[in-house]
Design a protein around this ligand. Structure first.
Ligand code: SIN
Length: 277
């Protein structure tokens, strides 16, 4: 096995692991790599939908998305199709997937189907490191506080969901939940900064003005480039990210008006998480 780090902060590209092997031994190896690097990438993985699901199921029950319909044959797989002329990009800002749910996603297994010749990278940021390096005064103010996460906080996301190809309108109701700002990783016991620009709206028990100011500082801090890694996709790459300990940002730099106008297709399976504590 070969491991190539993507940055000093997080992320690794792994060679020499067969993702079709779902034996307990192989899954433990993958999970250990995931906990160590927080986001891991495997290039040139020719796996079909069943194999994609079989791999994901080893990490826990699969999740369905409140707003987005999965594939007809495989409802657990959301096909994220960004058409050549589409202006919106799914995931186009820092976020942790569905943090507005009572039990936000544990991990995501994303497989690239079609990648633009240029652009369309995804960035990840390490929220364990973000907590460790956060200003001490802010830490003191927020360490025992909770924040509200809301699905409708991010209008652009809802617009993207509506436009997604094959997505029959389900509902666009609001989902909202409170979570500790600092959560403890259930597997590593490490502290994690669990807020994100897209969905976190307000710190509970704090004056709104102060809450806005502190959240703004935290959002700036958690997107500092030295906490991040950036991955340039090739087709048939499988990425697994620990959605509890990273935030991510899919860069939409391949559209008309911004650049080039290329299609990008990804298959996404999410694994159910637990109540953050
Ligand atoms: C996402 O934000 O869930 C998708 C990330 C990507 O398409 O790179």
């Amino acid at each position: 096995m070969e491991t190539k780090l993507l940055s000093g902060a997080l992320g690794a590209e792994i060679k020499g692991i067969n993702l079709k092997d779902t034996s307990d031994k192989n899954i433990k190896k993958i999970n250990d790599l995931l906990l160590e690097h927080k986001v891991i990438f495997f290039r040139d993985q020719i796996i079909n939908a069943e194999e994609h699901k079989a791999l994901a199921e080893k990490f826990g029950p699969l999740e369905t998305h409140a707003y987005v319909k999965g594939l007809d044959d495989h409802p657990e797989i959301v096909r994220i199709i960004k058409a050549e002329d589409e202006q919106n990009q799914w995931g186009e800002n820092w976020h942790s997937d569905v943090s507005y749910n009572a039990k936000p996603t544990k991990a995501v297994i994303l497989k690239s189907i079609k990648i633009p010749p240029v652009g369309g990278d995804t960035c990840f940021s390490n929220m364990e490191l973000a907590w460790e390096t956060l200003d001490e005064e802010i830490k003191e103010k927020i360490k025992d506080k909770k924040a509200i996460h809301s699905s409708l906080g991010a209008e652009f996301f809802i617009e993207s969901y509506k436009k997604m190809e094959g997505n029959k309108k389900r509902n666009y109701d609001e989902y909202s939940n409170e979570h500790p700002i600092v959560r403890t990783h259930p597997e590593t016991g490490k502290k994690i900064l669990f807020v994100n620009w897209t969905y976190t709206k307000e710190i509970i028990g704090m004056d709104k003005k102060e809450s806005d100011e502190i959240l703004k500082k935290i959002f700036e801090h958690q997107s500092r480039l030295e906490l991040t890694c950036r991955f340039t996709w090739t087709e048939n790459t499988v990425c697994i990210w620990d959605n509890r300990s990273v935030i991510h940002f899919a860069i939409a730099d391949f559209y008309p008006g911004r650049g080039l106008g290329h299609e990008r297709i990804m298959d996404r399976i999410a694994i159910e998480g637990d109540h953050p504590v």
